[in-house]
Design a binder for this molecule. Structure first.
Ligand SMILES: Nc1nc2c(ncn2[C@@H]2O[C@H](COP(=O)(O)OP(=O)(O)OP(=O)(O)O)[C@@H](O)[C@H]2O)c(=O)[nH]1
Ligand SMILES: [Mg+2]
Length: 303
């Protein structure tokens, strides 16, 4: 468990030494179910994650939760509110919970969470839950890591408008209307339903499930919806397709991560490049020549 935590810290720091590890570990085991939890702040994602952990443990499954915070540069797995909330699982060896911040660039958190999933899967966890805050770009990327993405909404937070704005409808495989004990819950369900009806007909119609996460209510129905989505992914061949898409995303993100770091170093060290920037008064020529002429040196460990 300690080695696992350390490996996740290396991944979070984007340490190049992890490459060796992943060349040995390969892809996550196909039987590991990866669940994404996203939604606006305060909708109850962490409370729901806690309820899901309890549900999985009651069904004899081991479960890991990674709380991704795109707004934090580096959490180092520090103890914060969510972990304290989940302390009832603290002594359970079949539960692993930690937070992860976003370091570096866009795509960094997606890469880190994908690699964390690989580690957790190799370690043997049956289920991995990725919680991300909000509905911005990096959260969408993290959602792309999951097999099934749950979009969590709560009544009275004006989420309907927010969803359309962020174009987030497409990433929801299951809609969760949490805080169903609060007034306005029927209205939120109606809003989602009418939005779904306005959109194009899709082969998977995302179900809407009501929960009261704080009391553990609706979790059976929710997990049933998740299982149905998974069965759909497998039977339609989308599971396989998603895995390849994810590898494409990862490869592109790695090109970004590697080349950005190395280019910054080259630009510091190379007087010709600096001279070029000063002459051009524009970045394009220097950027192009770095990619064309220094390609091999952009790969970590190749300079
Ligand atoms: N009434 C009610 N309150 C809930 C329910 N689920 C969560 N809450 C409360 O809503 C508040 C926010 O819950 P969190 O689980 O922290 O929400 P979150 O989405 O993780 O929030 P961020 O991590 O800040 O984005 C807490 O005070 C919870 O106790 C619910 O089903 N009903
Ligand atoms: Mg939370």
């Amino acid at each position: 468990m300690r080695a696992l935590a350390r490996a996740i810290s290396l991944v979070e720091r984007r340490d190049p030494s992890t490459r060796e590890l992943f060349e040995t570990l390969g892809e996550p085991r196909p039987e590991t179910e990866i669940l994404g939890l996203t939604g606006a702040p305060g909708t109850g994602k962490s409370t729901l994650a806690d309820a899901l952990v309890a549900w999985h443990r009651a069904h004899g499954e081991s479960v890991a939760v990674i709380a991704c915070d795109p707004n934090s540069p580096f959490t180092g797995g520090a103890i914060f509110g969510d972990r304290i909330r989940m302390q009832r699982h603290a002594l359970d060896p079949d539960v692993f919970i930690r937070s992860m911040g976003a370091r570096g660039h866009l795509g960094g958190l997606a890469l880190a969470s994908r690699e964390a999933v690989r580690l957790l899967s190799a370690y043997g966890f049956d289920r991995v839950i990725l919680e991300t805050v909000g509905v911005g770009q990096s959260e969408l990327e993290v959602a792309g890591v999951a097999d099934t993405t749950l979009l969590v909404l709560a009544p009275g937070l004006g989420d309907g408008v927010q969803m359309i704005k962020a174009g987030i409808m497409e990433i929801a495989d299951v809609f969760v209307v949490n805080k169903a004990d609060q007034p306005g819950y029927e209205r939120t369900v109606l809003e989602i339903r009418s939005m779904l009806n306005m959109g194009p007909k899709l082969p998977w119609k995302p179900p809407i499930v009501a929960t009261v996460a704080s009391r553990g209510e609706g979790i059976d129905e929710l997990m049933e919806a998740v299982a149905r989505h998974r069965a759909f992914l497998v039977s339609s061949g989308r599971m396989e397709a998603r895995r390849l898409e994810r590898l494409k995303d990862e490869a592109a993100d790695l090109v970004g991560e590697w080349s950005r770091k190395a280019a910054r170093r080259l630009l510091e060290d190379d007087d010709d490049l600096a001279g070029r920037l000063e002459a051009d008064k524009a970045p394009y020529g220097a950027a192009e020549s770095i990619l064309k002429e220094e390609g091999a040196r952009l790969v970590p460990g190749q300079q």
